[in-house]
Design a protein around this ligand. Structure first.
Ligand SMILES: *Cc1c(COP(=O)(O)O)cnc(C)c1O
Length: 404
């Protein structure tokens, strides 16, 4: 077994070697511009792009014509949300989303708020799930868009997007879904789930960074978007710019592998994840899993270890790449907004660790991580004054800490 061990797959995944192999000829051999109409280099590149489009369309059950390539899901989210808002501002100025969306969604909605749109920010329960009934109750006469993620990137919870999609269909409201975290493990069918726009990112599903896609429905109804990037009119005018042929080939191959191996990957990862959870919760006390275990990605585990601080744990497990609920929003010391939204107290949010297993995670690695976590948490707790106070029967939530 090689160190360090990577267990942060919600941040990014390694490229599958089969993806890299598919991409290689696009750099030196098939390097043409897919928009060049006058020679075989261009035609070849265009054929590769169209193959990639078909591979992604097959993954989400849509027509290849409904796929727009972007630089990643941040751009896809921006294009979907701002694109709909600006195109349909005359029809309505109200948008519904949830408080635990990815920043690309939250900040796009905030931008629209500044432009005069109204946004309803739906809360989530302790389980970390958006309720379909909450979406329904939030709908107003001028609601034009609902945007709810498939799977959360911190706690891995799976929203009832099929239900929400059907609700939106019935009400004639566009439904956008950020499906980035779920695609590699959960079946997604945009027809069956009533999805009008869907964000995809290659590097969260064993493809390369800097390439993504947006599914944009073309029938029942036809969705039109105001573009963000103007230029040569690529991608039916919705996203100009020379196509990233290597990226598209990589994304396509990644999608093809996911479609063939998703079920077995998910089953294997679920067993490994449950083994990790089992070991942590039986060998340590005061361990809580954040968010629903039932409605959850098979590769995600987000756990709070009471009385120890996330950053100290990360220092103690230097050979393991995971992330903590206190480090998520990069430089800030604020605990994760997702954990806060579940009602997790600041102390417990700061003591949380997110484990993200991936296609290449082994059982040996999981056991190494479990051993190391158990040893590290025990050691840190021995030195923790909080643990000592709790052992003496003091309720830490009721303690008045003096402020310096
Ligand atoms: C990573 C991520 C994004 C952003 O995707 P990029 O391709 O890195 O821009 C958006 N939404 C979710 C849920 C993510 O996990």
């Amino acid at each position: 077994m090689k160190l360090p061990i990577y267990m942060d797959s919600h941040a990014t995944t390694p490229c599958d070697p089969r993806v890299v192999e598919a991409m290689l000829p696009t750099f030196t051999q098939h390097f043409g511009n897919a928009a060049s109409r006058n020679h075989s280099y261009g035609w070849e590149a265009e054929a590769l792009v169209e193959k990639g489009r078909e591979q992604i369309a097959a993954l989400v059950n849509c027509s290849p014509k409904e796929i727009v390539f972007t630089s990643g899901a941040t751009e896809s989210d921006n294009l979907a949300i701002k694109g709909i808002a600006h195109m349909f501002a005359d029809k309505g100025r109200h948008i519904i989303t949830s408080v635990i969306e990815h920043k690309a969604v939250l900040d796009s909605c905030k931008r629209l708020e500044k432009e005069g749109f109204r946004v309803t920010w739906l809360p989530v329960g302790k389980d970390g799930l958006v309720k379909t009934s909450d979406v329904e109750n939030a709908i107003e006469d001028d609601t034009i868009l609902v945007t709810i993620m498939l799977a959360n990137n911190e706690i891995g919870t799976l929203n009832p997007v099929g239900e929400i999609g059907h609700l939106c269909k019935a009400k004639g409201i566009f439904f956008h879904c950020d499906a980035v975290q779920g695609l590699a493990y959960e079946p997604v069918d945009v027809q069956e789930m009533g999805i009008d726009l869907l964000s995809i990112s290659a590097h969260k599903m064993y493809g390369p960074k800097g390439i993504g896609a947006l599914y944009v429905r073309r029938r029942n109804p036809r969705v039109r978007l105001d573009p963000i990037i103007d230029g040569g009119g690529h991608e039916r005018g919705m996203r100009s710019g020379t196509l990233n042929v290597p990226g598209i080939v990589g994304l396509g191959k990644a999608a093809e592998i996911v479609l063939a191996e998703r079920e077995s990957d998910a089953a294997r990862l679920r067993a490994l994840r449950d083994h990790l959870r089992q070991r942590l919760t039986t060998e340590l006390t005061d361990v809580t899993v954040n968010g629903s275990l039932e409605h959850r990605l098979p590769n995600n585990l987000n756990v709070s270890f009471a009385y120890v601080e996330g950053e100290s744990m990360l220092m103690g497990i230097k050979d393991v790449a995971v992330s903590s609920g206190s480090a998520c929003t990069s430089a800030s010391l604020e605990p994760s907004y997702v954990l806060k939204a579940l009602g997790v107290h600041d102390e417990l949010a700061h003591s949380s660790i997110r484990f993200g297993l991936h296609r290449f995670t082994t059982r040996e690695e999981v056991d190494y991580v479990a051993d190391l976590m158990v040893r590290t948490v025990r050691r840190l707790r021995e030195m923790s004054p909080l643990k000592e106070m709790a052992d003496e029967g003091i309720d830490l939530k009721k303690v008045e800490w003096s402020k310096h």
